[in-house]
Each structure stands twice: as structure tokens, then as C-alpha cells.
Design a protein around this ligand. Structure first.
Ligand SMILES: [Zn+2]
Length: 255
């Protein structure tokens, strides 16, 4: 039996980066430093000891409560850690030990942070999406799997689609359907994945967003007037695309 030890290492790397992502998700909307001070309980402000800060495990060992004040720790912490670990793992299984894996795990972490900030605060942070556009485009000059033309087209097509739909939506529904944050997010993903993948990502995002909207309204969790942030669905669509884009394209062309 052959085991690839990298599978375990990349999963653990994902858990650790996921743990840091939690700090970013919590602090970036507050304009706080993501490196200082060290992690502390948001309720009692006691410093979290290293052995209580082990990704995934500590949450369950502490039964989801702060060791000091026993206040509840959000289930979002282990979810973000596990999600990051799993996505890192699947990216590695598909793209192997390659530069593409490295770029995609960095992109996926940025997207997970954006998705959870959007879920919590209904904003897509510019501090990630704007540098993300530049970095995605710059990387395309050095990697073999995407050309800089494809990357530039991805920015224009991704941002352009959301911009046009947003403008059309605000004319038809007389309210802001999609914000500038979503435009920049789609442009960033387009810079990393190119024009074909961003179209698939956005299509999947719209489909899944509409599906979730219908389910939330029918189950009376949300009303028709409530705003459901669209960013997390763009992110979900782009995860599906960066993992299985080629299969989706050949399936589509098979018709
Ligand atoms: Zn506490």
C-alpha cells in the first residue's frame, strides 16, 4: 500500500492557515492588525495559550468554550479550519506538487476569508480583492497554465459581468442588487482563473445563490426583502470551477 505523506502535510498546512484565516476574518472588518496582539478571547480578553490554539482539535477539547470565562467559541472557527484543510487537500490531489497548487491554495485562502467576511458583515474587503487583482495578473506572467492575456480578459469579463448585471438590477428592481465589492471580487477571481473559468464560476454562483435564496425564503429563514450576500456564492462557484472546470467544460461541449 502506497501512502503519499504530502496528503497529510497539505491537510495540516490547510488547518494551520485556516486558523490564521479566522484571525483575518475577525479583524480585517475592524481594521485591526492581523499579527498583533496575539489571539485572545473576544469576551474576557484572556490570552489563548498555544495548547488551546491547535486548529480543529482545541475547539472540541474545550467543548467550544473559552477555558477562562467559559463563553461560547463560534463554530465558525473549526468550520473555516476544516474547510481550508479539505480544499488544500483536494487541490493537491488534482494538481499535484506544482506551482498551480501553490497559487490555488493561496487564492482559495483569500476567497475563504472574503466569503466569511461577506457572510458576517456583508462587505467584500478591498484590502484583499484589489491587491488580489494585481497579484493574479502579475502571476500570469510567470506560470505556464494561464497567459497574461487570459488573465487580463478574466479581470474585464469577471468585473464586467457583475457590473452590467448590477446596473441592470438597480434599474429594474430600484435597489442595489450587487455592490462594487462583488465587481472587484469577480475581477480578482478572473485574474487568477482566466475568462472561461470566471464565466463558469459566476454562472454557478448565480445558480447556487438563486437556489439558496429560494430555499431560505421557502423555509422562512429569510424574507423576500432580506439581502443575501452574493460574494460567498461567487466564491463557491469559483471553488467548484477551479477544482472541476475542465470536466464542466468537456461535459458542456459534449451536448
Ligand atoms: Zn474568555
Amino acid at each position: 500500500m502506497y501512502y503519499d505523506v504530502n496528503v497529510i502535510l497539505i491537510f495540516i498546512l490547510g488547518l494551520i492557515v485556516g486558523s490564521f484565516s479566522n484571525v483575518c476574518i475577525y479583524r480585517i472588518p475592524k481594521n485591526e492588525s492581523i499579527v498583533y496582539p496575539a489571539s485572545h478571547c473576544p469576551k474576557c480578553h484572556s490570552k489563548i495559550k498555544p495548547f488551546d490554539n491547535i486548529p480543529l482539535l482545541s475547539f472540541f477539547l474545550l467543548k467550544g468554550r473559552c477555558r477562562n470565562c467559559k463563553s461560547k467559541i463560534s463554530i465558525q472557527y473549526p468550520i473555516v479550519e476544516l474547510l481550508t484543510g479539505l480544499i488544500y487537500l483536494i487541490i493537491y490531489l488534482i494538481y499535484g506538487l506544482s506551482i498551480q497548487t501553490l497559487v490555488y491554495i493561496i487564492l482559495s485562502s483569500a476567497l475563504i476569508i472574503i466569503a466569511f467576511i461577506d457572510l458576517n458583515e456583508e462587505i467584500v474587503p478591498d484590502v484583499i480583492s484589489l491587491p488580489g487583482i494585481v497579484i493574479g495578473f502579475a502571476i500570469s506572467f510567470f506560470v505556464p497554465y494561464i497567459s497574461f492575456i487570459n488573465s487580463a480578459l478574466g479581470v474585464v469579463v469577471g468585473g464586467g459581468i457583475i457590473l452590467i448585471i448590477g446596473l441592470a438590477g438597480s434599474v429594474i428592481f430600484k435597489k442595489e442588487a450587487m455592490g462594487g465589492g462583488d465587481v472587484k471580487l469577480a475581477a480578482m477571481i478572473g485574474a487568477f482563473l482566466g475568462w472561461r473559468y470566471i464565466i463558469i464560476s459566476l454562472f454557478l454562483g448565480f445558480f447556487l445563490g438563486a437556489l439558496a435564496g429560494i430555499i431560505l425564503i421557502m423555509s422562512k429563514i429569510k424574507s423576500r426583502e432580506d439581502v443575501v450576500p452574493f460574494g460567498p456564492f461567487i466564491v463557491l462557484g469559483s471553488f467548484i470551477t477551479l477544482l472541476w472546470g475542465e470536466q464542466i467544460i468537456s461535459w458542456y461541449l459534449g451536448f
